[in-house]
Design a protein around this ligand. Structure first.
Ligand code: ATP
Length: 318
């Protein structure tokens, strides 16, 4: 378990992490989400003692990182995949880390196999692709068989097979009862992986809830109606004060009325309805809604705005 209480980090006049109080529980994958610059890496670095909090604490199963005698046996972290010396062979890098943490040598072969690097174990790390370096970083994190794992953007540099592999790995580590905290700035990445979400923006906590709850709380309250008389229904709904858009597949997306009101209105106008449902928000929509106000004012801001505009463009007005 990871317990953060009032965790705060100030860099000069920049508040990177702002009074974060959360508990990351074992036995599940917790997604740590936020736009670029939200403070995810800084938080993870403070958890493993690489950055000193300005205020507050981060405890690993009740103890600060600095109090752990053999840290790798308690927590494994993938924070920067390029930490191995380029001239060193993969297995030698792992042997060295194992020796300095009192970890048995036979774990080296085990973790190399677990991450699919057995065949390149004798190659120098400097020649590794980004994906291979990422796998080596994960092998290093797993070396001490720790009950807590922190993975900062672990899918970076992985091909689709690698992405699937890391998702399965995270799920199986959580199923073994470990605490797994994985950061990403992509909501879609969490869809297949996380059970629980912690969302931050500008260092502040925005959401701390099960995945489905985050989705529900960001529900867009949009109804979807299918009818062969699209134009008639759209104009009747607009006359009744609703906001109406048409999705690319021809359905009407309606805000401003509940389902019975839309059904009754269609009935009064003798417009046949072939389908009438609430539209489920996508993860991306929920995320943009949650973090929209917390996006950094930087180049990243433009890319977030582009995403939001992309979502809106999906539904062109009729
Ligand atoms: N060593 C540092 N010195 C000064 N400012 C820093 C330092 N590290 C991070 N920051 C700032 O703190 C804020 C949070 O950065 P952080 O890297 O933790 O965000 P992040 O959520 O991990 O973003 P990304 O997804 O881009 O990695 C940013 O504004 C960043 O510029």
């Amino acid at each position: 378990m990871i317990t953060m209480t009032g965790l705060t980090k100030q860099y000069g006049d920049r508040l990177a992490v702002d009074d974060l109080t959360v508990t990351i529980r074992p036995g599940m994958v917790t997604g740590f989400l936020g736009p670029n610059g939200a403070g995810k890496s800084t938080t993870m670095r403070m958890i493993v003692g690489l950055d000193r909090p300005t205020a507050g604490t981060a405890l690993l199963d009740g103890r600060p990182y600095a109090a752990l005698r053999r840290p790798l046996r308690h927590v494994g972290a993938l924070l920067d995949s390029a930490t191995a010396h380029p001239a060193r062979r993969a297995k030698d890098h792992l042997r060295m880390v194992a020796a300095s943490n009192g970890i048995e040598k036979d774990r080296v072969g085990r973790v190399l196999e677990q991450v699919g690097l057995s065949e390149v174990a004798s190659r120098r790390v400097g020649g590794f692709s980004l994906g291979m370096s990422q796998r080596l970083g994960i092998a290093t994190a797993l070396l001490g068989d720790p009950p807590i794992l922190l993975l900062d953007e672990p899918v970076n540099g992985l091909d689709p097979d690698g992405v699937r592999w890391i998702r399965d790995l995270m799920r199986s580590l959580a199923a073994e009862g470990r605490t797994v905290l994985v950061s990403s700035h992509l909501m879609s990445e969490m869809q297949h992986t996380a059970d629980h979400l912690i969302v931050i923006g500008r260092g502040r906590l925005i959401a701390d809830a099960p995945l489905q709850e985050v989705l529900d709380s960001a529900s867009l309250n949009v109804a979807r109606a299918r009818t062969p008389e699209t134009a008639s229904l759209a104009s009747a709904l607009r006359a009744a004060g609703c906001d109406v858009e048409q999705s690319p597949d021809g359905d009407l997306l309606i805000t401003g009325a509940r389902l019975p009101e839309i059904g009754d209105l269609a009935h009064r106008q003798q417009i046949p309805l072939h389908e009438l449902t609430m539209q489920a928000p996508t993860l991306e929509e929920a995320y943009l809604r949650l973090t929209g106000a917390a996006v950094e004012y930087s180049a990243d801001h433009a890319s977030q705005s582009d995403q939001a505009a992309g979502q809106r463009r999906k539904a062109d007005r009729i």
